[in-house]
Design a protein around this ligand. Structure first.
Ligand code: SF4
Length: 399
C-alpha cells in the first residue's frame, strides 16, 4: 500500500455519511435505484420498497408523479403505513424527480451507463440528490466500476492525492485507482462524493467546516486564509462594534439631552399652565363673586319689591275691605231705611186699610141704617100705598 492510498483510507475513516449507502437492488431501473436511495434517507429497506411499489401502481409514469402534489402522493402512500412521515417522504420523491428532470432534461437515468460526458455534467450540480448518491448510481450504471468524474477529481486534487492533468479522465483514473481500497470501491466514491456535496463546492469550498481540512493541501491554505479573513472580520466587527458603541453612546447622550430638554420644557409648560390655570381660576372666582353679588342685590331688590308689592296689596286689600265695609254699611243703612220706609208704607197701608175698613164698616152701617130707614120708610109707606091703590095717586115722586 502506497503512502497516498494509506492516506486515502485514513481520510475515508474521517468522513461520516449522513445517509446509509443503499442496498443494491436487482431488477430495478436506475431511476428506481435512485428513488430507493432517496427513500432510504428516511425509511428502512422494506418500507422504501413498499413505497416504490405503491407509486408504481398509483402513477402511470414518472412525469405524472413529478407533477403531482405532495399531499396527493402522500395520500397514495397509506399502504406503506408511514404515518407522519408520509408528507416528508412525498416531498423527497417530488424533489428527486424534479432535480433529475431539470439536470438531465428527462426522467431516465440510463444515460449514466454509456454517456460519460452527460454523466459528468449531471453529477456536477445536484443540491438535493447529492454527489454521494449520484456516485452510487454511476457505480451501479458502470457495472460496479469506479466512476471517475470531474467532481471526484477536483476533491482529490485539492486534497493532494491526485494531480489534475488537463481534464483528462483517463489520466485521472490512472491516478485514482491505486488509491481505492480493494474491497471498498463504493465506499470510496460515496464518501468523497459526500465531501464534494457538503463542503468541497467547485467555486466556494467551505474548508473551515470540512472534516478533511487538516489533511487537505488546498484546505489548509484556504483555512488559513479563512481564519485570517475571520480575524480581519473580527477586527472589523470589533471596530464596528466599538463604532456602534460610540454611536450608541452618542445617541444615548443625545436622547438624554433631548429627554432633559423635553423634561425642562414640560416643567416650564406645566408651570405656565399652572399660572394660567391660577389666573383663570382667579378670574373665575372674581366673576363668581361678582355674579354672587349681583344675584344677592337682585335677590334683595326682588325681596324689597315683593315686600312693597305685598304692602301695596295689603293697602289695596285694606282699602277694598274698607270700601266693602262702607258699602256694606251703606247697604245695611239703605236696607234699614228701606225696611223702615217699607214698614212706614205698610203701616200707612195698614192704617189706610183700617180706615178703609172703618169707612167700609161705616158705609155698611150707613147702608144698614139706610136700609133700615128704607125698610122703615117702606113699612111706613105701605099703608099709604095700599090706600093709593084704592084711589089713583095724583102724581109719581121723582127720585
Ligand atoms: S478542505 Fe476544502 S478543499 Fe479540502 S476537501 Fe475539504 S472542502 Fe475540499
Amino acid at each position: 500500500m502506497s503512502k497516498k492510498s494509506d492516506a486515502a483510507v485514513k481520510l475515508m475513516e474521517k468522513i461520516q455519511l449522513r445517509h446509509p449507502i443503499p442496498e443494491q437492488l436487482e431488477g430495478y431501473s436506475l431511476m428506481h435505484q435512485g428513488l430507493y436511495a432517496i427513500l432510504r434517507r428516511q425509511l428502512q429497506p422494506a418500507p422504501s420498497l413498499k413505497v416504490i411499489e405503491v407509486l408504481k401502481t398509483a402513477y402511470g409514469d414518472w412525469n405524472e408523479l413529478r407533477v403531482a402534489q405532495a399531499q396527493e402522493i402522500a395520500g397514495h402512500l397509506k399502504p406503506a403505513q408511514l404515518g407522519e412521515r408520509a408528507i416528508p417522504v412525498a416531498r423527497d420523491v417530488r424533489e428527486y424527480l424534479q432535480e433529475v428532470f431539470q439536470r438531465s432534461h428527462g426522467l431516465d437515468l440510463e444515460f449514466l451507463r454509456d454517456d460519460p460526458v452527460s454523466s459528468a455534467r449531471f453529477v456536477s450540480i445536484l443540491p438535493f440528490i447529492g454527489t454521494a448518491t449520484a456516485s452510487y448510481l454511476m457505480w451501479i450504471a458502470s457495472g460496479r466500476e469506479l466512476p471517475v468524474t470531474p467532481t471526484l477529481v477536483r476533491v482529490l486534487d485539492r486534497i493532494g492525492l491526485v494531480t489534475r492533468q488537463g481534464g483528462s479522465m483517463k489520466k485521472a483514473r490512472a491516478q485514482i485507482e491505486p488509491l481505492v481500497p480493494e474491497h471498498d470501491q463504493l465506499g470510496f466514491v460515496v464518501k468523497f462524493g459526500e465531501v464534494a456535496s457538503r463542503w468541497c463546492d467547485a467555486r466556494k469550498p467551505a474548508c473551515h467546516a470540512c472534516v478533511l481540512v487538516d489533511d487537505c493541501k488546498y484546505g489548509k491554505k484556504a483555512y488559513k486564509e479563512w481564519k485570517l479573513q475571520q480575524e480581519r472580520l473580527e477586527v472589523l466587527r470589533q471596530k464596528d462594534e466599538a463604532r456602534q458603541a460610540v454611536l450608541r453612546q452618542k445617541e444615548e447622550e443625545r436622547l438624554a439631552r433631548e429627554a432633559a430638554k423635553a423634561a425642562k420644557k414640560a416643567a416650564a409648560d406645566a408651570a405656565k399652565k399652572a399660572a394660567e390655570d391660577a389666573r383663570l381660576a382667579a378670574i373665575a372666582a372674581r366673576k363668581k363673586a361678582q355674579e354672587d353679588e349681583r344675584l344677592r342685590i337682585k335677590k334683595e331688590r326682588e325681596a324689597e319689591l315683593a315686600k312693597k308689592a305685598a304692602a301695596r296689596q295689603a293697602e289695596i286689600q285694606k282699602k277694598q275691605q274698607a270700601k266693602e265695609a262702607k258699602a256694606k254699611e251703606l247697604a245695611a243703612k239703605k236696607l234699614a231705611a228701606e225696611k223702615a220706609r217699607a214698614k212706614a208704607l205698610a203701616d200707612k197701608e195698614k192704617a189706610r186699610l183700617a180706615k178703609q175698613a172703618k169707612e167700609a164698616a161705616a158705609a155698611k152701617a150707613a147702608a144698614a141704617k139706610a136700609a133700615a130707614l128704607k125698610a122703615k120708610a117702606k113699612k111706613a109707606a105701605a099703608p099709604k100705598a095700599a090706600a093709593s091703590k084704592k084711589k089713583p095717586a095724583k102724581g109719581k115722586k121723582k127720585r
